[in-house]
Design a binder for this molecule. Structure first.
Ligand code: CP
Length: 311
């Protein structure tokens, strides 16, 4: 694998190989006092974030460090981007400085793909850490890792509802691609105003009625309402959204006993999810964050490690 730009087109065998590697890494490091493997010693990983992030940036940094890579963080605010340098020139500069892998988050859909084209000659790998409303493939992989832990390795036939602001969600797009490729049955549950045009052509069911969908699901993945991408205002209002699509305690009681609740974070407690549900045993939200480190270690391993360097 040279780059990880999206879950779309990711070979299911490749996705499963990453997920299995992540599970092995988690087992290997469990309970160790020093969580460090020599696998990527001498490799340089640069994170380049043009949008805010806590989980993705931190877990990529930890992942690189636990694999003994040298990790350098570049943010738009503190770099020459602030002086007007283009994405292309910034990327070529980082490659010339010795980056083996650039991890990029950018507000423009397609930015990671463009970057991969510019860095082709340099031989630098690119990982998409979220591009506009397009894709966030490592989020989908860590979600799948968490679902496999809770529901079993084979997600074939598992019913998963993705709820909320699908329109602006790269997490939803990546999860639709990955989960359907792994055999899951996905239902998108959202108000009509927060669904993309053409959604009826996606390999998913679509519903506007959360109460009706909850009893049949093995997992419910709530999405963040992305107010920052809603330039024309937010309809329904926050209150209407919470009433119709928030996972309240009453709604949580509609779920089957084994059903899992996921949220990619950051979450709006009280609007998208009741605090009591977010903190309940069926919520896997901190597991998602924990698995994010192992999944990102696995991605870096599959991109950068030599074949003989088994983690
Ligand atoms: N889920 C996710 O991408 O979170 P961050 O924006 O904090 O990285």
């Amino acid at each position: 694998m040279r780059h990880l730009l999206g879950a779309e087109g990711l070979d299911p065998a490749q996705a499963l190989a990453i997920l299995d590697t992540a599970a092995n890494l988690k087992r290997t490091l469990l309970g160790r006092e020093v969580r460090k493997l020599p696998t990527l010693r001498g490799r340089t990983v640069i994170t380049m974030f043009y949008e805010n992030s806590t989980r993705t940036r931190v877990s990529f940094e930890i992942a690189g460090k636990w694999m003994s890579a040298d990790v350098v963080n570049v943010s738009a605010g503190g770099s020459s981007v602030g002086k007007g340098e283009s994405l292309r020139d910034t990327a070529l500069t980082l490659a010339a400085a010795g980056a083996d892998c650039v991890i990029v988050r950018h507000p423009a859909s397609g930015a990671a793909q463009r970057l991969a084209g510019w860095l082709e000659a340099a031989g630098t790998s690119v990982v998409n850490a979220g591009d506009g409303t397009h894709e966030h493939p490592t989020q989908a992989l860590l979600d799948a890792a968490t679902l496999r832990e809770r529901l079993g390795d084979d997600l074939t036939g598992r019913r998963i509802a993705i709820v909320g602001d699908v329109l602006h969600s790269r997490v939803a797009r990546s999860n639709v691609h990955l989960l359907t490729a792994l055999g899951a049955e996905v239902t998108l549950v959202a108000p009509p105003t927060l669904l993309p045009q053409g959604v009826r052509n996606w390999p998913v069911a679509v519903s506007h009625d959360l109460d009706a969908e909850l009893p049949g699901q093995d997992a419910v993945m709530l999405l963040r309402v992305q107010a920052e991408r809603m330039h024309g205002g937010f309809f329904p209002s926050a209150r209407e959204y919470s009433i119709a699509y928030g996972l309240s305690e009453r709604r949580e009681a509609l779920l089957q006993g084994h059903a899992v609740v996921l949220h990619p974070g950051p979450m709006l407690r009280g609007m998208e999810i009741a605090s009591a549900v977010a903190d309940s045993p069926r919520a896997a939200i901190t597991d998602q964050v924990r698995n994010g480190v192992h999944v990102r270690m696995a991605v870096l391993y599959h991109l950068l490690a030599h074949e003989e360097e088994t983690p």
